[in-house]
Design a protein around this ligand. Structure first.
Ligand code: DGJ
Length: 744
């Protein structure tokens, strides 16, 4: 790994064993992008890649020179209005009303390691020699604004992270109206864009579209990263598959409004930008002020989409997630939400916990409804003290009894929200975000606290600290159940209103940081109506996230499959719930539900006291299986094999580092009559190892399993009618265990 600056050609080359990133200082002293992709040789000059050639009807920077036009030059962090007609990376409004700027190179530094960002989540290193960081300084002499473009290249990941800092060092005022974290110009448009899109209960479906001229974008303007689009896009070559070919993944470490877009101009140049959404964003900078953008991550894979996901998984698991729980197997939990909803008392909770303990479950999570006067969703958010009618011994009394059973105890909170029907609202109506003289929209009967304010965050912190220090709490599920509307802070000036949505997210991060510092042993799980805030920003604080409110096993195949594009299995909360399923009314077997949920941070979410004895026996076996294999399931290398978006069969697998053990999950949605024969090619095995394969009960070499495939054909349903053995019919699944029995 190295970052080299070639003085003569004024060219920067960042490279490690797998990737190269090259850019240069242009004739006008701005920055031009030259290359991002597979590692190439280092040499002095790559300027030929600028392709400076005169083109008709273009705006040119230098009189007498028709070759140098910003309209055609691939740039590093472009501005609008001086020749480049595409969307810019930033816009700065100046005191005279102008948005024209000219940021020219004024110096750079190259350092070992990677600096942390103030109050923003970011990837990190543990040793200085894991990465190198380049800071390039650019100065606009008219506005007096300084730009710092920061690039980090890691030794062991084909990854470049980027962020930008704006500093105002002179007396004039400027207003940032757009400040993207990254801009990357690619020299052609021969790509397909992958995005993760959906809505509540169908989060992160994989969608692919061919790039076309113009803009293609995903975004959120809801105040959270959202279920609708994830802060991620990937550009893959049309021939790229799950296992081969080129793909670049772009991911934003941020939990609020974002924009990720690919613009293709009419010369087929593709410009990718990702960062905070410019809508309702403006940030004044006066002398001494600065603004730091969130971090963006660019992953290059030559090994297809699985290759890209492996890089994201490893990076986010080991160098974004932090704390005690980062590398630990996750406790098997039971959550009472779908078991009781708001209708519970201490004895009901203990009854579930006792039963769960007998089945081997390790953690009981008390969900919504334990505080204030909360018996439905109309009241009490903001009042973080126990409801003694439901829990006469308090949270601490209940938690202690659960600990006595030999289980850990976890608690649900929704700290960013308030109901009008609450003590907090009576005392602090001004703590709510709402625009003066305008309607105040509710979502699920609740309103949003103004987390852009330190006093509001501190007020909520004090309440939560009381609860957490009073009881043995090992786990916290932090929920957030609505999109933000009529955003306006009572405490901010008119000029500051454009900062509020970003400051809100900074407030969320600050509360997380304070709670983590005070309670470092707690395992946090983030949640937002299921998976509406499943993003890298959250993973920095909460190493796992409730993937979706949709707990139906068949639907979960799509949700978990899509989520795995970027996020590791250790981060995906996945529970077995009751049938008929509460979201879809679909019936699936307990085996199918377990076989899907075990590829994640596993748990249960149903009233297990109501189950038949034989069902409890199945759960006991599932829990034992999970305890035996969770390290592999949560931290092994995960491969997508067959997509639920493409057909009737979903398959995926995990392999351990040594390639000695693997688990293959195979799921067939509908039973086909008189069906054909099926095989699935496996991945990631050692070709020379021979594996004992359960279900088939046969020793098979890795090369056979990867090149010929795992035989997954079922008996024909018509023929099998008489001796139906539970393996035919709709919604079937199997887990194949592969164990290396010899290594030659
Ligand atoms: C939404 C979450 O996604 C659910 O799991 C549950 O915690 C409810 N909120 C509680 O209100």
């Amino acid at each position: 790994m190295a970052i080299i600056y070639h003085e003569k050609s004024q060219t920067f080359h960042l490279f490690n064993a797998e990737i190269s990133y090259v850019f240069t200082i242009l004739q006008n002293h701005q920055l031009g992008q030259l290359y991002f992709g597979k590692r190439i040789h280092d040499r002095e000059d790559f300027a030929y890649l600028l392709e400076l050639k005169a083109r008709p009807m273009s705006a040119c920077a230098f009189e007498g020179d028709r070759n140098f036009s910003l309209e055609h030059i691939k740039q590093e962090y472009p501005s609008y209005g001086t020749g480049d007609m595409r969307y810019p990376a930033f816009t700065i409004l100046q005191e005279n009303g102008s948005r024209i700027s000219d940021f020219v190179y004024s110096g750079h530094t190259i350092k070992n390691g990677k600096p942390a960002l103030d109050w923003l989540p970011a990837t990190y290193v543990e040793q200085e020699n894991e990465a190198e960081t380049l800071e390039v300084y650019l100065q606009d002499s008219v506005s007096g604004t300084k730009l710092i473009l920061r690039y980090t290249i890691f030794k062991d990941f084909p990854v470049i992270t980027r962020n930008v800092r704006f500093e105002q060092n002179v007396d004039t005022k400027v207003c940032l109206e757009r400040a993207m974290s990254l801009s990357l110009d690619l020299p052609d448009m021969n790509y397909e864009m992958i995005e993760l899109t959906g809505a509540w209960s169908r989060e992160r479906y994989v969608e692919t579209r061919k790039l076309a001229h113009g803009i293609q974008a995903v975004y959120s303007m809801r105040g959270c990263s959202s279920a609708n689009y994830n802060p991620f896009i990937a550009l893959k070559r049309p021939e790229t598959t799950e296992n081969s070919g080129e793909v670049i993944g772009f991911s934003l470490i941020y939990s609020g409004n974002f924009l990720a877009q690919a613009e293709v101009d009419t010369y087929n140049i593709t410009r990718v930008t990702i960062g905070i959404h410019p809508e309702n964003f403006s940030w004044q900078l006066e002398k001494g002020d600065s603004f730091e953008t969130p971090e963006a991550v660019m992953v290059y894979s030559k090994d297809g989409l699985n290759g890209m996901s492996h890089i994201f998984h490893r990076l986010y698991q080991s160098r974004l997630a932090r704390g005690k729980w980062r590398d630990l197997e996750r406790p098997i939990l039971i959550n009472n939400w779908e078991a009781t909803y708001f209708d519970f008392n201490e004895s009901k909770i203990l009854e579930i916990a006792e039963c769960a303990k007998q089945l081997g479950i390790e953690l009981f999570v008390l969900d919504d409804g334990w505080f204030g006067k909360r018996n439905d969703d109309t009241s009490s958010l903001g009042d973080w003290y126990v409801n003694l009618e439901k829990l006469p011994n308090g949270v601490s009394g209940l938690a202690k009894q659960i600990e006595k059973l030999g289980m850990k105890f976890g608690l649900w909170i929704e700290p960013e929200m308030i109901n009008k029907e609450s003590k907090l609202y009576k005392e602090h109506a001004d703590w709510v975000l709402n625009t003066p003289n305008r309607n105040m929209s509710h979502g699920r009967n609740q309103f949003v606290l103004d987390f852009s304010r330190e006093d509001v965050v501190d007020g909520i912190y004090d309440q939560l600290e009381n609860v957490f220090q009073d009881a043995p709490i090992s786990y916290v599920k932090w929920d957030m159940n609505r999109s933000m509307t009529e955003v306006y802070s009572q405490a901010a000036s008119p000029e500051e209103q454009g900062t509020i949505m970003h400051k809100y997210i900074l407030g969320v991060y600050r509360l997380y940081e304070k709670l983590i510092a005070r309670f470092p042993d707690i395992l946090f799980e983030s949640c937002a109506s299921g998976g509406s805030r499943f993003d890298p920003g959250m993973l920095y604080y909460a190493p796992q996230c409730w993937t979706s409110d949709d707990t139906d096993a068949v639907e979960r195949l799509k949700i978990q499959y899509g989520t795995s594009m970027v996020y590791p299995l250790s981060s995906m909360g996945a529970h077995v719930s009751a049938v008929p399923n509460h979201q879809l009314l679909r019936n699936t077997s307990l085996a199918m539900r377990g076989n899907v949920a075990c590829f994640g941070a596993f748990g249960y979410e149903l009233d297990i006291t109501k189950l038949k004895e034989e069902e409890k026996e199945v759960i006991k076996e599932q829990v034992a299986f999970m305890k035996q294999y969770r390290k592999l399931l949560q931290y092994g290398t995960f491969y997508r094999l067959s997509s639920p978006f493409d057909g009737n069969v979903t398959a995926w697998m995990v392999v351990d580092k040594e390639q000695k053990t693997a688990l293959v999950g195979y799921y067939r949605i509908l039973q086909r009559v008189n069906d054909a024969y099926h095989r699935i090619k496996l991945q990631g095995l050692n070709k020379d190892y021979c594996y004992y394969v359960t279900v088939l009960e046969e020793d098979i070499y890795g090369d056979e399993l990867m090149n010929i495939g795992l035989v997954v054909s079922d008996a024909s349903s018509g023929e099998n009618h008489e001796k139906y053995d539970g393996t035919n019919g709709d919604f079937q699944s199997r887990i194949y265990k592969l164990t290396a029995v010899c290594d030659e």
